[in-house]
Design a binder for this molecule. Sequence first.
Ligand SMILES: [Zn+2]
Length: 573
Amino acid sequence: MYTALYRKWRPKSFSDVIGQNHITDTLKNEIKTGRLSHAYLFIGSRGTGKTTCARILAKAVNCPNVHDGEPCNECEICKGIDSGSILDITEIDAASNNGVDNIRDLREEAAFTPVKTKYRVYIIDEVHMLSQGAFNALLKTLEEPPEHVKFILATTEAHKMPATILSRCQRFDFKRIGSEDMSERLLDIAEKEGISLTTEAALLISRLSDGAMRDALSITDQCIARSKDIDTALVSEVCGIAGKEYLAQTASAIYNKDTAELLAIVNRLYSEACDMERYCSELINYFRNIMVARAVKNPERLIVCSAEDLEEIVRLSQIFTLPATISAITALQQTYAEIKAGVQGRTAMEMALIKLASPDMDTLEESVLKRIAELENSIKNGVVTKKEIIVEKAPQAEEKPVVTQAPKQLQQEPEVHPEPAFEPQEVPEPEQSFESVSEPETEEPAQPVSQPEVTEEDTTDEVKDIREWPEILQEIFAKNRLVWTILNGTTAKAIGATIVVKGTHPAISDVLSVAVNAEDAVECANAVTGGGFAKIISEKDADEVLSNIKFSKDPLSELVEKAAENGIKIDFK
Ligand SMILES: [Zn+2]
C-alpha cells in the first residue's frame, strides 16, 4: 500500500523539522534543563509543523532515553506515541469537539494519573474553534493544572483566542517555511524515494504551497502518480497552473497593447482546462516579480524562479514603468477577489487583461495619476508653445524640441480636461527647491539661450545649476515613480554631461546605481532640456568628479590671476 509522502516523511525528531529552529531549539533546551511549561500554544498557518512539533514534544517529555532534548524514537513509549496506541496522549480536533461537555470530559480524565507515561498530554488542534463555555472550562484546568498534565494548544488564528488563555501558555509562532529550505527538503526526500525531481520543479512546488510542507508533499505525491520524472511542466500540469511561457506572453501582450493575443492566450488556457483563479494569482505574482526586479539590484534573492524565467522578468522590468506594474497588480488583485467571490473566471480575466492593455479605459488611481502627470507635462509644453509664439521673433526659439510635440499630446488626451477635481490634491508637486523656479515667467527670452549653454559646459566641465530640475522631476514622476519618490525634494547640478543630485533621502545613491533607474532619469532630463546628459549620480558618489573639477585649472595660475585682480605684482623667477 502506498503511504502518502506527508505521513512517511513526517519529522520524528526536532532536528528533522525544517524552518522552525527558533522553536525547536527552545523546546530542546527546556527538555534538557527540565524547565517545562504546563501549557504551550503553537501558532502558525497550516502545514508549518505545529502538530508535528506537538507530537515530538509529547514524546520528548515522556521518553525515558531523551538525548540532547530529542526523543529516542526507539523505546516502547516513543513507538506507542508514534503509532497512536498510548492512550495517555490525546489529540483533540476542536473544530468538531468544541462544546463545553468535551472539555469537561477532558478535565475529569486529566485528574487521573497517566497509565504508561510520565505526563498525560492533550494536544488540542484548532483550539480557537472552542465555544465560550469550553474556553472557560479549559481556563479552570489551566489555572490549576494537575502535576502530571501538559497541554499543547495549536491554532491558525491566534487573534480568536481569549487573552486569559493566551496569558497562561508559553507561546510559539511558527513561520511559513522558506522556499529554499522547503525545496531542499523536497529534493532530499525525492532522492531517498528514488524519484527524479528537478531543482526548478522543487522551487515551483515550494512556491505553490506557500510555506506549507504538507501541501508541498501532497503536490509531489500527485506528480508521482503521473510520473517518476518530475519537472516544472509536470508540476504546472498537475496543479493546473499556467506554464511560465504563458505568463511572459501575457505580460508582453499587455505591454504591446495586443488585445487579440491576450484573448487568444485566455482561450488557449481555458480550453486546456487551466484554472483561471490560479492563472490570475500566478500573474499577480509575476507582476510582483517584475516590480521587484525593477526596484532592486539583485532580484534573484527575492524572486523564486528558474534562471531563464528571471532573465525574461528582468527584461520585462526594463520596459514596464513602475506605475504600469502597480496598476497591473492592483487590477489583477481585484479580479482575483471577484473570481474568488464566484464571478465567471474566464470573462473576468478577459476583462482585466483587455483593460490593462488599454490604459485609457482604466480608472484606477495609479493609472489616473499617471495620465494626469502626462497631461500636466503636455499642458506645460503647451504653455511653452504659446510663449514661443510670442517670442517667435527672437532667434533660436524654434530650436526647442517641445514645440512640435506639445500640440499633439494635447490632442491625444482632451477627455481628461473635465476632471479638474483631481488636480489640486492628487498630483504631488515636486518640491520647488530652486530659487529660479518661479522666474521663467519674467525671464522668457533668456530661456532658449540656456540650451546651447549646456553643450558648451560639456567641454569646460563646469558646475552649473540645472534650472529645469523641477520639470525634470515631473517627467520622472510620470516615467518611474520609484525614482521620483526618492528624488523628490532634491536639487541638481550639471557637471558636463553628468547630473549630480543632492538631497536628504538615504536611498538616492542606491536607486541611481540601478541602470534602468538612471536611464529613466537621464532620459527625462534630456527630454526637458533638449539633451546633453549621459549620466546621473548622487552627490555622495560625486566627490571624485567634483575634486577633478576643482583642480581642472592650474591652482598656481589661479593664484596669479587673483593676485593680478587685486593689484598684487608677482615676479616669476
Ligand atoms: Zn523514547
